[in-house]
Design a protein around this ligand. Structure first.
Ligand code: ZN
Length: 141
């Protein structure tokens, strides 16, 4: 796989909400998106509801506790778009590529994300104000 460029497709849009129970009907009953799954990601401090939106997904993020980065986001800015996530073939290689390009990184190595993905975050100050996530899907087979 080395030397092959990633597709870097939009993987999901993360949206901070105070309550999944309150937010979900807006997206399912209102907009008609299909709820794919829910998952807890303690290392990120969130409970995640994943909704299918064509080739990409919407992830609603509810903080697990007050120490969660999403809780801090909600306290400062209220509910809203929290981050954009792009799929990469190799999370560590993508991190190294971003670092070489001078991007300020939050994670210098991949962390466990929802559904056994490996993820890393790039600081918004290097991405025009948008928190950006790199997602490597688990290998199949
Ligand atoms: Zn995400």
């Amino acid at each position: 796989m080395t030397g092959k460029p990633d597709s870097r497709r939009l993987h999901h849009i993360g949206i901070a909400v105070r309550s999944l129970a309150e937010a979900l009907p807006h997206w399912t009953e209102g907009l008609g998106l299909e709820l794919e799954s829910t998952d807890e990601v303690p290392v990120q401090g969130v409970r995640v509801a994943v909704l299918r939106a064509g080739a990409a997904r919407i992830e609603l993020l509810e903080p697990l506790d007050e120490a969660s980065p999403v809780a801090k986001f909600l306290g400062k800015r209220g509910p809203g778009v929290h981050h954009l996530a792009f799929e990469v073939d190799d999370c560590q290689a993508a991190i190294d590529g971003m670092a070489a390009a001078g991007a300020p990184l939050i994670d210098r190595s991949p962390k466990p994300g929802a559904h056994d993905c490996r993820v890393a975050f790039v600081h918004p100050k290097g991405m025009d104000g948008v928190l950006t996530e790199l997602v490597e899907e688990p290998r199949h087979g």
